[in-house]
Design a protein around this ligand. Sequence first.
Ligand code: KG4
Ligand code: ZN
Length: 359
Amino acid sequence: MLILGIESSCDETAAAVIEDGARVRSNVIYSQIATHRQYGGVVPELASREHLEKIGGVVSGALEEAGVTHADVDGIAVTQGPGLVGSLLVGINYAKAIAFARKRPVVGVNHIEGHVYSVAFEFPPPQYPALALIVSGGHTNLFLVPEPERYKLIGRTRDDAAGEAFDKVSKLIGLGYPGGPVIDRLAARGNKRAIIFPLAEIKDEAHRLDFSFSGLKTAVLRHVRDNGIEPVTDPSHPSEQILDLCASFQNAVVRALVRSLRKAAEQLQPKTLILAGGVACNSELRAAVRQLAEDLRIPAFIPSPVFTTDNAAMIAAAGYPKLLRGECASWEMSADVSLRLQNVDVEDAKVGKKVRYRL
Ligand code: KG4
Ligand code: ZN
């Protein structure tokens, strides 16, 4: 079964052709980073306009690279949400137009579920239950996945996403957008014990696996002010203070993420650990999760960077079981900017009512 995946939820216009849910025939990603860099973050208006300009070429490129035409494609999977509404609509309408013209089924995919499926290409099928830590610029979520396509959100950020924290700290010290890759690079040259940033403790027992990064961001801001640290003007010659700050900040983020993952793993005894989302490119986080998996003697599935950042291959892989079952969205399908990923009921300990979390 050949699936065309389309992803346009944020600032990557992407299309991919995937065979039988696991074999990558093509994976084309057009990144808009150059457009948004000068503004220090993604500008939604510019993002949707650029998606509109690029999507045709990106989809044709993916078909061409896979050596197929529209006629060979059995179904289309497109990101339905969460994301930026204008950006999502470009992908959704393009996907619906192809589906209509070619009489093919189309399914909407939750972007976060897509990240969980980014392990489909380089690893054997996960053993369940699995724990999936999805860390990106917009999300920081820890899921228990008892079986394929079932998700229970067991930890989430109370404030900033982990990638957002990288991006904000980077901006503060003059390293620009996106912050993750440059902080990762500089952290390797700094001393991660130079500054000990305390980790936020979530006191509430029912939410003890949650994360919080805004206090850390404020602590970095205070450290910069108190020590008179100047923003970087020449990124090829950062000061030692900047290198140590990058290393210490990154280490605090990694410790917070791995602390919750370890607690959850010890309690729930998963058979697989999944780490995905843009921040899963981070070298210290990858090493720490590998170490945790080794300690617990379970496999860690951490995809190559091309699959951890936003891409359409993961969207096609997540759409595969749905298309295989014969699902097809109606023509009314539209963007859902705050689409949730939780289909295992949870009991809220305090209220005693069933709750659904926002992502
Ligand atoms: O998954 P993604 O491409 O887009 C979203 O869905 O948000 O993630 C982008 C985020 C950005 O915040 C970026 O700074 C972060 O991933 N990122 C990293 C690294 N590479 C990208 N964060 C830490 N270390 C990295 N090496
Ligand atoms: Zn993403």
